[in-house]
Write a protein that binds this ligand. Structure first.
Ligand code: 13P
Length: 295
């Protein structure tokens, strides 16, 4: 059942759990998320990174939208980390109604300007927008504490940014990183609490792969209602390609793909448990008018 991202996040926030948004690249990834969500009776999101969009184009968007629509649980389809208006325009034209306008690589003023323009555009399609201020991307290694803090979301700036851009959700940087955590993750929960007190739109945490259960639950208690997961699911996929049914001399492609889907599904179901969304599908009751919004 294709549902609006805003409904997913707001219902999760009210009931103190979070929605898992999983990056997908192909049919196997989409099947893994949908099957896991149905098996766990959990709401969820399919997420397409612009590099995957470049690879899969409108066919990948159509696949995700159809799979979400046919799913027995509430799901939305989201365009991840878009730093260009081209990707956003392509996503909107392809029927996506949830996008991330990511101006975080730019200086603050340019981020503000880019996000404001993309939000206006997305809203004109009835789409919702996630944006980000602060930036810790790949690694924290080699940075001093002061340098790390400078890249984290500044609560005062966050208030101004949300007010000036009209975005619908905000990705915060509180020590989270994409990819593998090179050392023990350390999240600044005081900062998260301050941001939550001052901003009333849903908060998002990227880089959820590798975060321990205690940090996930503390983040949810302090207002995070969406976690982005990519690395762990992708690793499960790659691992099976190197082993099991995929690595036998006479390996059968369909058996190999079944194993791949199953491996990703196990990781995703584990995340639903951590995010508290298992068995929460029934709480979401506002199906999105998919057909009308795609026209
Ligand atoms: P991970 O690859 O660390 O799971 O992060 C995914 C992400 O934040 C995608 O936007």
């Amino acid at each position: 059942m294709l549902t609006s991202t805003q409904e997913l996040l707001e219902t999760a926030s009210r009931n103190i759990y979070a929605i898992g948004a999983f990056n997908v690249y192909n049919l196997e990834g989409v099947k893994a998320v949908v099957q896991a969500a149905e098996a766990a009776s959990s709401p969820s999101m399919l997420q397409i990174h612009p590099s995957a969009l470049k690879y899969g184009g409108s066919a990948l968007m159509a696949l995700c939208l159809e799979a979400a629509d046919k799913a027995l649980v509430p799901m939305s389809v989201h365009l991840d980390h878009s730093t260009s208006s081209d990707a956003i325009q392509m996503g909107l034209a392809g029927g996506l109604r949830s996008i991330m306008a990511d101006g975080s690589p730019f200086p603050y003023e340019k981020n503000l300007e880019f996000t404001r323009a993309m939000t206006e555009l997305a809203h004109s399609y009835g789409a919702v927008v996630e944006a980000e201020i602060g930036r810790i991307s790949g690694t924290e290694d080699g940075l001093t504490i002061a340098e790390k803090e400078a890249k984290m979301t500044d609560p005062d700036q966050a208030v101004e940014f949300v007010h000036e851009t009209g975005v619908d959700s905000l990705a915060v940087t509180i020590g989270n990183v994409h990819g593998k955590y090179q050392s023990e993750p350390r999240l600044d929960f005081n900062r998260l609490e301050t941001i939550r007190r001052r901003i009333n739109i849903p908060l998002v945490l990227h880089g959820a792969s590798g975060l321990p259960a205690s940090m996930i639950s503390q983040s949810i208690e302090r207002g995070v209602s969406k976690f982005n997961v990519n690395t762990e699911v992708r690793q499960a996929y790659m691992q099976i390609l190197k082993t099991g049914a995929c690595n036998l001399p006479d390996s059968d492609l369909l058996e190999c793909m079944d194993d791949v889907i199953d491996a990703m599904k196990q990781v995703i179901m584990g995340k639903f448990d951590l995010f508290g969304s298992t068995n929460k599908a029934h709480l979401h009751q506002s199906p999105y008018m998919a057909a009308s919004s795609r026209s």
